[in-house]
Design a protein around this ligand. Sequence first.
Ligand code: GLN
Length: 357
Amino acid sequence: MKPQQQTVSLLIRENSQVKITNRSIKLELLLDNSQINQYANFQFHNYLFGLHQKYQSLKEGLVADYIPELQKANPEWFGISIVTTTGQIYQIGDYQQTFTIQSISKPFVYGMALENYGREVMLNKVGVEPTGQAFNSIELDQKNNRPYNPMVNAGAIATTDLLTVDSASKRLEQILKMFSCYTGREHHLDWSVFLSEKATGSKNKALAYLMHNSGMISNNIEETLDLYFQQCSISVSCHDLAMMGATLANKGVNPLTGKQALNKYYVQNVLSLMHSCGMYDFAGEWAYRVGLPAKSGVSGGLVTVIPGKCGIGIFSPLLDAKGNSVRAIRVCEQIARDFGLHLYNAVEPICDLAFWM
Ligand code: GLN
């Protein structure tokens, strides 16, 4: 609860969005509740502005090129968007720039499969164990005759295969509709990225045929691969990612439209997989450093969820060797540190996110 009235120190920094003076000044103000909210919002925007400026200058990493069409991305693109479970939106930079969702589609399509088949069937088909391997590694759990988890390509292809019960176009329509429920807007495919991946995705094809060989996926191999490449080619912005994250943070309900995108009983399953496997062979270090469920994709997108509070979507196409966005990781590390958001954090945060947003 915010107090009715309180005295706050307002520090307006040089180079801040609203430049009032060329030096730092400190003001003592007596504010009422709505002014406190405005002040908090302004300060949070200011915080995001500083964060964006700081990491825009970070030039480490490379744009993905193994899907040729992805090479066209501008390495300067950088957007951050935060959507709270109460529907507030904070964003900066290239938050409207669209890109293909790639692997970030995986937890959401897995959620859809959970709704269709339930936990036990899904556990039989696809495991939930981190691999410690690259996202496209040819690593299968031969003992249990299933891929290790739905966040690596093998598990995602097997999950998508489970959706192959209707006509091909109907399945794509269902997936697009599901994403619309999360984001509150219509989605389309980037067909040139789809064709580019279809033409060059030999490793995914090899994975699918291997899984088919050991009875892990059905006979519709080419159809399943097409659908997998299509789900990866859905066009989103980092604002959309933040909406998706906020929906997961809000028990599966889109905070702006009120629509249930995922049955609340499965939210914990999707989030726990994002927590243990969402960042591929960086998942352990991510859990250690940031401690929040997240999912990255090779276009440079990243979504992270602060349960009960908000979703964060970040986009910057410069990737590290593991295929995760360099700037997105650094931004999340800093936000988690500044606001004490690590799920197992036991130390009083310096800043309480609930006050600022
Ligand atoms: N479509 C990409 C692939 O299968 C997705 C990988 C990713 O984003 N990490 O290779």
